[in-house]
Write a protein that binds this ligand. Structure first.
Ligand code: ATP
Length: 261
């Protein structure tokens, strides 16, 4: 058994300075189980996300994080359990329907329309919600929010990785979501790019967005999250505030025993 290089990161982080407001949850998942043939990828996981709250999903490789994320966003149908959004049962609603209701996600590999400008990329999403001048104004406002307004007329193909990630976020924000799902938005960025993205995600939560994130960079997800769910082999290992989860003996054992990361 070799120690995971992630272990020091598990305990060395500063928590999120502003904590999420109390209030009724926007998104809830109750007793979610996902089976693929004989594999139980997610077993009986429940969670909730409030406006302004950042929920982090962690766990060693193969723990079931992506499958749970996909079950929440509608890309995988749970074998059992229930997902509700704003009080409505959405377990059987397709991803597009969930997006219209206010649940939007990013993908691990960003895929902008390379030949379109940065602004046009965001407009494609903005037009799904608004028309004409309203859509343009909104797209600009979103570009300003993610720090890309000065790149509005460049082709997306000219952006570096950090800016491509922010463009991906801008496209999703143009859908005016209430809950944002971030799939590895920070992995692969250099430290300044990571810091910019952390600040941006915090500011989005402070403006009232609920956020669910899967991220392998442990100190990043621990410093951003209000609440952390740690999974292993599809099951809940520990949950709570980041410091409590990082100190949990089962979590430390899971990361110590994870040779694959
Ligand atoms: N479509 C699928 N068909 C069959 N098995 C799957 C499928 N998707 C995931 N699995 C299995 O479900 C389990 C959980 O996988 P999942 O990708 O959700 O874990 P993860 O925590 O996201 O892992 P990683 O951190 O490596 O991305 C694994 O055993 C995986 O092999």
């Amino acid at each position: 058994m070799t120690a995971s290089p992630q272990l020091p990161e598990l305990t060395e982080f500063e928590g999120r300075p502003v904590h999420a407001p109390e209030g009724p949850p926007l998104l809830t998942a109750e007793n979610i189980t996902v089976r693929f043939g004989g594999v139980v990828a997610v077993k009986d996981i429940s969670l909730s996300v409030r406006p302004g709250e950042i929920l982090g999903l962690i766990g060693p490789n193969g723990a079931g994080k992506t499958t749970l994320f996909n079950a929440l966003t509608g890309f995988v149908r749970p074998t059992s359990g229930r997902v509700t959004f704003a009080g409505r049962d959405i377990t059987h609603i397709q991803p597009q329907g969930r997006a219209k209701m206010g649940m939007a996600r990013t993908f691990q590999v960003e895929r902008p329309f390379e030949d379109l400008s940065v602004l046009e990329n965001v407009l494609v999403a903005a037009f799904l919600k608004r028309r004409g001048r309203g859509a343009e104004d909104h797209a600009y406002a979103v570009l300003e929010r993610v720090g890309l307004a000065d790149r509005a007329f460049q082709p997306a193909s000219q952006l570096n990785l950090a800016r491509r990630r922010r463009l991906e976020l801008a496209k999703v924000l143009a859908l005016e979501p209430k809950v944002l799902f971030l799939d590895e938005s920070i992995a692969g960025l250099n430290p300044p790019g990571q810091q910019e993205m952390v600040a941006l995600i915090r500011s989005l939560a402070e403006s009232g967005l609920g956020i669910v994130m899967v991220e392998h960079i442990m100190h990043v997800i621990m410093s951003l999250s209000d609440h952390v769910i740690c999974m292993a082999f599809g099951e809940l290992l520990a949950e709570g505030d980041p410091h409590a989860v990082a100190a949990h003996p089962d979590v430390i054992r899971a990361y110590l025993g994870d040779d694959n990361d």
